[in-house]
Design a protein around this ligand. Structure first.
Ligand code: MG
Length: 396
C-alpha cells in the first residue's frame, strides 16, 4: 500500500443473528447496492485512504467478493479479504494481522453494518487520529437514560451530560492497536465490542470527535427499511445522455445486435462482436456518469476484447452506475439500417438489455428505421445505432 496516512479495516464477519434473515445484514441490498459496498466505496474514494482490509466469516467469501466488485473504485486501491474469528475482538485482531502498512499508519476500524460513513466523517477521523493517536466518533445522547431493575422498574436516571453514543470508524495507530489487542488476549478477554475499549483496558487514552447522526448502524429490519427509503428519496440527480455507434458490413452470415444473433447476408466488421446497439447503450450510460466512453474502458488495442460479447461492455457500464449508488430509469435505442429486419427480434433484444441492466423490460425501448436508401446505411454499407440512457444518482 502507499504512503497515504490511513488504511481502512472493515469488520464484516458478523452473522447478523439479531436481524433474523438468511443474508447477514452487511450484505443486504440497500437501494441496489449491498451495505458493505457502500461503506467500502466511501473509504476507497477518500483521497487519504490507501486501501482496505475486510474481515469476513469464511462462509461469506462469495458475498464479500460480490460486494467488493459493486463498490465504487474497487480497482483503484488494494482490497484484501481476511477471515475473522468467533468474536468481534478476534475478527479485528485477524484484520490487523492482515494489514501490510507502516506501524505508525492510521487504521480506521469500521463496522460494515454502518453503510452511511461519509467523506467528511472519514476526514474528521483521520485528523483526530493524527492529533491524538486514538479517537472515536461520538454523538450526544438526546434521550433521557434511566437504569431499571429486573422487573423493569426505574432505579435511577443517568446524567446524560457526560454520556456519548459511540460510532465507527474508530481510529488508531496500527502499532498501538495491534499491541493492545495482543495484550488483552493475554488477560483472557475476547469479548470487547469496540477497539477503544481494548486501548483503554491497556491504560491508553482515547479522544472523541463529532460523529454523524446519519451514520447509523443497521441492527433491526426497521433500520434496513429506513436506510433503503432514505437512499431512494435521495435519488434526485436525474441525468440523460446519448450514445452513437456505427459498424461496417463485411463478409459473414449474421450480425450481433442487442446481444442477439440475427441471420443476414453480411457480417459486421469490428474488434469485438461489433454490436452497435449495445455499444451505443454502453456509451449512453457512461456519458450519464461522465465516465469516459467505451473506447477508454475497452480499447481495441486490448486483445482481451477481440471477439468479445458486447453484453460485457454494457454490464460494466451498468456496474459503474450502480457503484455510484445510481439507478437506471430508462434505456432506449434506435437502429438504422436497410436490412436485416429488426422487428422479429425486438422482444428478444429488449429482454436481453433488461436482464443485463437489471431493470424491468418496460423501461427498455427499441425502434428501428431505415434511412430511405440515403447515405451509408441506405447503401447497405453499414449499420448505425443511437441510444439514450436516463439514470438517477444520489444527491451529494
Ligand atoms: Mg462499436
Amino acid at each position: 500500500m502507499t504512503s497515504l496516512p490511513a488504511v481502512a479495516l472493515i469488520v464484516a464477519a458478523g452473522r447478523g443473528t439479531r436481524m433474523g434473515g438468511e443474508v447477514p445484514k452487511q450484505f443486504l441490498d440497500l437501494c441496489g447496492q449491498p451495505a458493505l459496498s457502500r461503506a467500502l466505496g466511501a473509504f476507497l474514494c477518500h483521497p487519504m485512504v490507501s486501501g482496505a482490509v475486510i474481515v469476513i466469516h469464511p462462509d461469506d467469501r462469495a458475498h464479500a467478493k460480490d460486494a467488493v466488485s459493486r463498490a465504487a473504485n474497487p480497482e483503484a486501491k488494494p482490497v484484501t479479504l481476511a477471515e475473522g474469528g468467533a468474536t468481534r475482538q478476534q475478527s479485528v485482531a485477524a484484520g490487523l494481522d492482515a494489514l501490510s502498512v507502516a506501524e505508525d499508519a492510521l487504521v480506521l476500524i469500521h463496522d460494515a453494518a454502518r453503510p452511511f460513513v461519509s467523506e467528511s466523517l472519514i476526514t474528521r477521523a483521520i485528523s483526530a487520529g493524527l492529533r491524538h493517536d486514538a479517537a472515536v466518533p461520538v454523538l450526544p445522547v438526546v434521550d433521557t437514560i434511566v437504569t431499571v431493575d429486573a422487573a423493569g422498574l426505574q432505579t435511577g436516571t443517568a446524567d446524560r451530560t457526560s454520556l456519548r453514543a459511540v460510532q465507527t470508524p474508530q481510529v488508531f495507530r496500527l502499532g498501538a492497536i495491534r499491541a493492545a489487542h495482543a495484550a488483552v488476549v493475554q488477560t483472557g478477554r475476547d469479548d470487547f465490542t469496540d477497539d477503544a475499549g481494548v486501548i483503554r483496558a491497556q491504560g491508553g487514552v482515547v479522544a472523541t470527535f463529532a460523529g454523524c447522526p446519519n451514520a447509523f448502524k443497521l441492527t433491526t429490519p426497521e433500520d434496513v427499511a429506513r436506510a433503503d427509503s432514505a437512499l431512494r428519496r435521495n435519488l434526485t440527480d436525474i441525468r440523460a445522455a446519448t450514445g452513437y455507434d456505427v459498424h461496417q458490413f463485411g463478409p459473414g452470415d449474421h450480425i450481433m445486435l442487442g446481444g442477439v444473433r440475427i441471420a443476414h447476408d453480411q457480417g459486421v466488421v469490428g474488434h469485438s462482436d461489433a454490436d452497435v446497439l449495445l455499444h451505443a447503450l454502453t456509451d449512453a450510460l457512461l456519458g450519464a456518469i461522465g465516465d469516459g466512453d467505451i473506447g477508454i474502458h475497452f480499447p481495441p488495442s486490448d486483445m482481451r476484447w477481440k471477439g468479445a460479447a458486447s453484453r460485457v461492455f454494457l454490464a460494466e457500464a451498468v456496474r459503474r452506475v450502480k457503484a455510484r449508488g445510481g439507478e437506471i430509469r430508462c434505456l432506449d435505442g434506435t437502429v438504422v439500417c436497410e436490412a436485416p429486419r429488426i422487428g422479429p427480434h425486438r422482444e428478444a433484444i429488449r429482454a436481453l438489455i433488461s436482464e443485463v441492466a437489471g431493470i424491468d423490460i418496460s423501461r427498455v425501448g427499441l425502434k428501428a428505421t431505415t434511412s430511405e436508401k440515403m447515405g451509408f446505411t441506405g447503401r447497405r454499407e453499414g449499420i448505425a445505432a443511437l441510444a439514450t440512457a436516463t439514470i438517477a444518482l444520489p444527491e451529494v
